[in-house]
Design a protein around this ligand. Structure first.
Ligand code: 3HC
Length: 294
């Protein structure tokens, strides 16, 4: 049993990231309550969980019994009241500040007064979210990377209001889950995205200017720099809409032109070509993400 001082954890939003986080927690032996907005979204969340753990079974990394146990630890619901007994809730809804503030106001009302509330935001201010609640000392950022079941890093974000105990407890949980926490202040892009997205944006600019082809840029960075994926493969994995949001947030804070989103990226997002999740981004994936990744 892992989880440190937490034993029952809620996850709000079961899209790619939320479902991945729920899987990590359930694999760590914690009881998980997954919340979605309606029954259809809940079924999609269940699908993510079944597919991801099923993939591990197919690869011989998990027995069917272990998969059943993991899935058995996850309760799915559309009712926020089911989070009342959780000692930690991680929010992973879309990156819209008003939506996140609404979710946190609801969480503040239903969760125990001593529960820690965390946001998995990749680009918004944790402080902006914290001040919506009556417990800003218990609000942290907990930023997982995609795909959450695989990537080791979790950035734990403290605001000027967060109590050290909440940060320490969340960092201890991250370690218990077999991941590596780094603790960071509340600045757009935190550390990893702040460094990574300047590079990704520059790759899009290079492609747009005709400096090199998509495939040659990707090959240069895998075969030459030893990265697991080239920038265009990675942006398609992350989702081009998310890439644009992250760049806009960092650019708004820094005004550094390296983060001014490439017009090509913006054009693809406007066209609805968002990467693997829609079947096409910089690459044509043929089928939407889940089937492609299965
Ligand atoms: N969900 C669950 N598990 C997955 C997965 C997914 N979507 N994709 C791959 N995996 C697992 C596989 O099952 C396999 O597990 P195993 O070793 O236990 O059998 C392992 O990952 C390796 O998978 P593959 O052999 O199929 O493929 P690769 O070796 O090419 O690895 C990768 C895939 C792990 C995605 C690797 O290419 C990689 O690390 N890419 C870079 C990803 C990255 O940089 N992510 C960060 C993006 S930035 C971000 O998320 C921040 C946000 O705020 C935007």
């Amino acid at each position: 049993m892992t989880g440190g001082s937490f034993s029952r954890v809620g996850v709000v939003g079961l899209g790619t990231m939320g479902a991945g986080i729920a899987e990590v927690l359930a694999r760590g032996g914690l009881a998980v309550v997954g919340i979605e907005v309606d029954q259809d979204a809940l079924e999609r969340g269940r699908g993510h969980l079944e597919k991801s753990t099923g993939r591990a079974v197919k690869r011989g990394k998990l027995t069917e019994d272990a998969q059943r146990e993991i899935l058995g630890r996850v309760t799915l619901s559309t009712d926020f009241a089911d989070l009342a007994d959780c000692d930690l809730v991680i929010e992973a809804v879309p990156e819209r500040l008003e939506l996140k503030r609404k979710v946190f106001a609801t969480l503040d009302g239903v969760c125990r007064a001593d529960a820690v509330l965390a946001t998995n935001t990749s680009s918004l201010s944790v402080t902006d979210i914290a001040v919506t609640t009556n417990r800003p000392t218990k609000i942290v950022g907990v930023h997982f990377f995609n795909p959450a079941p695989v990537m080791k890093l979790v950035e734990v974000i403290r605001t000027v209001l967060t109590e050290p105990e909440a940060v320490d407890r969340v960092a201890a949980l991250v370690k218990d889950l077999g991941k590596t926490p780094v603790t960071i202040g509340d600045r757009a892009g935190f550390v990893a995205n702040r460094l990574l997205f300047g590079y990704l944006n520059q790759a899009a600019g290079m492609l747009e200017s005709g400096h090199a082809t998509r495939d040659d840029i990707d090959t240069a960075m895998t075969a030459g720099a030893g990265l697991p994926m080239g920038p265009f493969t990675l942006m398609d994995l992350i989702g081009l809409d998310t890439c644009l949001e992250v760049l806009e947030a960092i650019h708004a804070e820094t005004r550094d032109r390296r983060h001014a989103p490439s017009p090509l990226l913006r054009e693809l997002v406007t066209a609805g070509l968002l990467g693997r999740k829609t079947g096409r981004g910089f690459y044509d994936h043929g089928t939407p993400k889940d089937e492609a990744a299965a």
